[in-house]
Design a protein around this ligand. Structure first.
Ligand code: PMV
Length: 362
């Protein structure tokens, strides 16, 4: 599908003002997106579990300007407080999406946003935040053009979210979403995320994700910088091929419910992501000593308990513990007895697989 298919052209209606609220969750990648081409096109396909409890709630209020403006007119509030330091990122987002939703120049916006997780928890709010904002913008498009189909609405919202933050395009639906063309997964595209279309075994229903907050500080290296370091990276080509192969293997794993293979793929993906960081030039390390302590404890626990707990990492030091729902009690006991000491202020967040964004009010 060409990107021109996403350009808004018709205007059935004219709207003076209104407001809309969406909530959108975070997601955790199983096969990681790391490396991109121009215009936020991923260097390899990725797949994620959509989360349920970690989400952003955004209200977009809009009022028509007497004349279209040269600059984007908006104010942004986080938990009720004016947040001018969010403005540059939103400006870049508006600039990238303007050709697809040109009406954004015709309105003054108030963006009010809040997260269900603490802002300084090291949990990236860009996936949930950018997807919630993209959905709000699409709700305006739907007011202007009520004939848009539900599928076109979701695909375009994901397309816009991708331009804000790549992984945000995987947050709109659930419970498993792929982004990036893969030859064995029908309907996949580099332009937007799609719900995983093939069979998923019962073992993965309501899969649990407990996030251990090892380091709540700002990351020393942003993911934008990290992605760019995959250009001229000595291992890039093999890594991109590995992601395709791991996705092919996951199709089988989802079909058969083979948790042993699932663990192997997911942990290898997490460590490969960080290996790419450590072998970039300049190189960098986002794991902390406690990240490694936790990983070692997980491996010992798995060996002795025979349970199916595994870990994954995003671009930071926090550890996501993934496990089937029927092992929840034993894993929580293990976390409380052996892992909580490695978390900053003993802080961890319990989440599970969810079903995507929701319209709260319109
Ligand atoms: O969406 P970005 O640009 O913040 O990149 C996210 C990259 C990872 O979280 C490390 C991997 C992924 O696929 O989500």
């Amino acid at each position: 599908m060409p990107t021109t298919a996403f350009i808004y052209t018709t205007s059935e209606n004219s709207i003076e003002k209104g407001h809309v609220t969406w909530e959108s969750p975070s997601n955790i990648a199983l096969v990681k997106y790391w490396g991109k081409k121009e215009n936020q096109i991923p260097a390899n396909p990725s797949i994620s579990f959509t989360l349920s409890n970690c989400k952003t709630i955004t209200t977009l209020s809009y009022k028509k300007l007497p004349n279209p403006s040269d600059e984007y007119q908006f104010e942004v509030f986080l938990e009720g407080n004016k947040q001018d330091d969010f403005k540059p990122k939103i400006n870049i987002f508006f600039k990238r999406i303007e050709q697809y939703v040109p009406f954004i120049k015709e309105y003054a916006f108030k963006i009010e946003t809040s997260n269900t997780f603490p802002h300084s928890s090291g949990i990236a709010s860009s996936a949930s935040g950018m997807s919630a904002l993209a959905l709000c913008v699409m709700s305006i498009e739907k007011e202007l053009n009520p004939n848009i189909t539900a599928t076109d609405f979701t695909n375009k919202a994901s397309f816009l979210a991708r331009l804000g933050s790549g992984s945000a395009c995987r947050s709109l639906e659930g419970d498993i979403v792929c982004w990036g063309a893969h030859k064995e997964i029908n309907g996949t595209s580099d332009l937007f995320g799609v719900k995983y279309p093939h069979k998923v075994h019962e073992n993965f229903k309501n899969y649990q994700d407990t996030i251990l907050l090892v380091d709540k500080g700002e990351k020393q290296v942003s993911s934008t910088v990290g992605h760019n370091l995959m250009h001229k990276h000595p291992y890039a080509e093999n890594r991109f091929k590995q992601a395709h192969d791991n996705l092919s293997k996951l199709i089988q794993v989802f079909k058969t419910g083979n948790l042993k293979s699932f663990i192997e793929i997911v942990e290898s993906e997490a460590l490969t992501l960080h290996a790419m960081m450590m072998t970039s030039l300049p190189y960098f390390v986002l794991m902390k000593p406690n990240t490694l302590e936790i990983i070692n404890k997980i491996w010992t626990f798995r060996e002795t308990s025979g349970l199916h707990l595994c870990f994954t990492l995003d671009a930071g030091a926090n550890v996501h513990l993934l496990y089937p729902e029927n092992e929840k009690q034993q894993v929580l006991d293990f976390i409380n007895s052996q892992l909580v000491g490695y978390c900053q202020n003993a802080h961890y967040i319990c989440d599970n697989v969810g079903f995507g964004a929701k319209l709260i009010s319109n």
